[in-house]
Design a protein around this ligand. Sequence first.
Ligand SMILES: NC(=O)c1ccc[n+]([C@@H]2O[C@H](COP(=O)([O-])OP(=O)(O)OC[C@H]3O[C@@H](n4cnc5c(N)ncnc54)[C@H](O)[C@@H]3O)[C@@H](O)[C@H]2O)c1
Length: 299
Amino acid sequence: MVQTIQTISVIGAGTMGNGIAHVFAQNGFKVTLIDVSQTQLDKALATISKNLDRQLSKGNITEELKQTCLQNITTQTSLSAGVKNAQVVVEAATENEALKLKIFKEIDEVAPVDCILATNTSSISITKIAAVTKRPAQIIGMHFMNPVPVMKLVEVINGYATNKKVTQTIVELCKKLGKIPCEVNDYPGFIANRILMPMINEAIYSLYEGVADVEEIDTVMKLGMAHPMGPLQLADFIGLDVCHSILKVLQDGFGNPKYAPCPLLSNMVAAGFLGAKSGEGFYKYVAGSKELVVSERFV
Ligand SMILES: NC(=O)c1ccc[n+]([C@@H]2O[C@H](COP(=O)([O-])OP(=O)(O)OC[C@H]3O[C@@H](n4cnc5c(N)ncnc54)[C@H](O)[C@@H]3O)[C@@H](O)[C@H]2O)c1
C-alpha cells in the first residue's frame, strides 16, 4: 500500500506543519500545505526554504534536491480543495479539541474514501477524533517531534478502532521519510508526554518548594542524566501553556491528581510567562542572543 502513496495533505502551516511538509517534499511526495491564514503559508514556505539552505550549506542536500523539494509543495487556504486528492492527510493545526473535531468531520466528507487521516496532536484522544468520522479504522496518530527535519522519532498512535493495515502503512511511510516510528496505543499523553510532562512538573515543583534554583535543577539533569537540555529549559522551549494543558489532559484522562500542574506553572501561564515564545519563562530570551539567562524572578 505504502508504495502507491504519492500525495499528502498537511493541515496547519505552523511550527510543526511546515516541518512535516518539508520532510515529505524532500522525500519525493507531492504535498499540499493547507492553512486558514495565507500569511502563515507564506511564512511556512520561507521557513522551509531557509531550512533547506542550512541543509545545503552543510552539504546534506544538493541544490537540485532543494529545488525539487520546493516544487513538490503547493499551498491552499481551502480545506476541502486541499484534501480532495490526498492519499494521506496529516493534520497539524492548533492544539484545540473542538477545532480538531471540526476539521476531521469536514475532511471526512471530502477526502477520498481510502485516504488515511492522521493527526499530529500531542495530547488529544485519537479515538475521540476517530469517533466523529465515518472511517474510524483509518484514523491514526502521527506524532512528529520538533524540529521535524531534525528529530528522528515519530510516535505512531493506534486509536481504539485503528485498522492494523493502516498502522503498517503509516509505519512504512515514516521509514520512507528516514524517521524511526514507535507504535503505541491511545491513552492520555501516549508515551512521550506521559513520561516527559510529569518530569517537567516535578522539576517545577522542586523550584516551587525551594529545593534548588533554576540552573541547579537543569544542570543536575543535564550532567547527571545526560539530558541535552534541562527540564525547565525544555518546558520553556515547548511552551509553558502547552505543558500546562497536557498535564490537565493527563490529570483528567487518568482521574489521578498526581498529574495536577504545579501551582507555580499555573501562575506563570495565567500571567502570560509562556517561555521562549513570550520572551520569558524560567529563563529570559533576548532576540538574537543564544545566552541562557535565568529570569530575574528566580534569582
Ligand atoms: N510545537 C511542538 O513542539 C509540537 C510537537 C509535537 C506535536 N505538536 C502538535 O502539532 C500541532 C500543531 O502545533 P504547532 O506548534 O505547529 O502549532 P502552531 O500554532 O505553530 O500552528 C498551528 C497552525 O494551524 C493553523 N490553523 C488553525 N486552524 C486551522 C484550520 N481550521 N485549518 C487549517 N489550519 C488551521 C494556524 O493558522 C497555524 O498556522 C498541535 O496539535 C500540537 O499539539 C506540537
